[in-house]
Design a protein. Structure first.
Length: 116
């Protein structure tokens, strides 16, 4: 029986434009991102990656201080920097899932630079 080889993890760091909020997460190399067809994601062209549970951490700032916006079913909370308005993530409070926006102009950086 062949062993399953896990891909190596990379640390990705992202931030809002004004750098008030900085975060990191570990993930295998990001090669694809998901599109969402809700009205806000579609109109703004957001692309999402979902870090595995426990790999996301805040480096600078306070996630509770981010501006939150919900609509429709209210299951997903869109979080933005209240100072520079950079769209950072969505959080599903019920399931604890998180999506990181990788399509904004302040790129998510990994060891090899900007991934988008």
């Amino acid at each position: 029986m062949a062993e399953t080889v896990e891909p190596p993890l990379k640390t990705y760091r992202g931030n809002c434009h004004c750098t008030t909020f900085v975060y990191e997460f570990e993930s295998p190399e990001i090669q694809t991102a998901r599109e969402c067809n809700c009205s806000i994601c579609y109109k703004k062209g957001y692309l999402w990656v979902s870090p595995s549970a426990g790999s996301y951490r805040v480096v600078k700032g306070d996630e509770a201080a981010l501006t939150a916006y919900t609509f429709g079913s209210g299951k997903w909370v869109h979080k933005f920097c209240g100072i520079c308005a950079t769209p950072l993530m969505v959080v599903n409070e019920e399931g604890g899932r998180r999506g990181i926006n990788v399509s904004f102009s302040t790129c998510l950086r990994g060891a090899q630079g900007c991934i988008v």
